[in-house]
Design a binder for this molecule. Structure first.
Ligand SMILES: C[S@@+](CC[C@H](N)C(=O)[O-])C[C@H]1O[C@@H](n2cnc3c(N)ncnc32)[C@H](O)[C@@H]1O
Length: 276
């Protein structure tokens, strides 16, 4: 079979499994199986696919056809300037979370060595992106899941960035500061919303990374106790919750509360600074 035909049959297989981006996914999976770039696939579309390559491709396609997230099948995913290890132990870092990092960098831009705490660090995506893009930042990531922390540790060695990691349950309060910035993308899906989610999320991503009653409220209260006066909080929220969370910050002693939307125009990031 030649590359062009392998792509066609891969796309058909993923289409049948109702994968939304069947063509792109087939291309990425064939690139992986062949160890070449997507551009190479197009410039060499008439080249024969060897039988060992075809076997590798079929294994990857089958995983994706079971609606396993593309990021897990590939084993890595791009976030900001980094390529991170991801698997079923952690949430796949999302584009809207890149906006969270953007707001964090704006909050700490004028501080040469800001102390930053990432609550529910998962793969370490937010924490590592901040360490990468603000080289003076002293970043700590905490998570209740030992599995997630193991992935974050892999990402520390993969990126070579400096990050302190600790196992910590945010409901016990937050680690002592003073922190210049507390950031969190806490679990914020409601239990009754789970069934309506895409199979990639509902059936594959860690439930503890998705659903968490009262986690945002606990981070807001916990951060107020450990931020330095004038320190900032940046939170990712569900679009429907952004106004409520902004109100929570205002009622919790934070000022300069601001909501930022993601690239799709949905209100997804809420921030504020603790009153002095
Ligand atoms: C939505 S994921 C965010 C992961 C990563 N920060 C990101 O943005 O891609 C939430 C993370 O919070 C962690 N978590 C859930 N409950 C927690 C708790 N009670 N204490 C600390 N971490 C918790 C989960 O293990 C998960 O890694």
């Amino acid at each position: 079979m030649i590359i062009r035909d392998a792509l066609r049959s891969g796309e058909a297989c993923l289409d049948e499994a109702v994968v939304e981006s069947a063509r792109v996914d087939a291309e990425l999976l064939l690139s992986r199986a062949l160890g070449v770039s997507r551009v190479d696939l197009h410039t060499n579309s008439g080249r024969e696919v060897r039988s060992a390559e075809l076997r590798r491709y079929r294994v990857l396609l089958e995983r994706r056809a079971h609606r396993e997230p593309l990021a897990y099948v590939l084993g890595e995913w791009g976030f900001r300037r980094l390529t991170l290890v991801v698997d079923a132990r952690v949430l796949v870092p999302r584009p809207e979370t890149e906006v969270v990092v953007e707001r964090c960098l704006a909050q700490i831009a004028e501080i040469p060595e800001p102390r930053v705490l990432d609550v529910g660090t998962g793969s370490g995506a937010i924490a590592l992106a901040i360490a990468d893009e603000h080289p003076g930042a002293l970043v700590t990531g905490i998570d209740a899941s030992p599995d997630a922390l193991a992935v974050a540790r892999e990402n520390v060695s993969r990126t070579g960035l400096d990050l302190e990691l600790a196992r910590w349950d945010l409901f016990q309060g937050l680690p002592e500061g003073p922190w210049d910035l507390v950031v969190s993308n806490p679990p914020y899906v409601r239990t009754d919303e789970i069934e309506g989610l895409a199979p990639e999320v509902r059936d594959w991503e860690p439930r503890a990374a998705l659903v968490g009653e009262g986690t945002t409220e606990a981070v807001v209260a916990g951060a107020a106790a450990v931020l330095r006066p004038g320190g900032a909080i940046v939170l990712e929220t569900a679009a429907a919750d952004a106004r409520r969370i902004a109100g929570l910050l205002e009622g919790g002693g934070y000022r300069d509360v601001r909501i930022t939307s993601d690239l799709a125009g949905r209100d997804r990031v809420v921030e504020g600074t603790i009153g002095t």
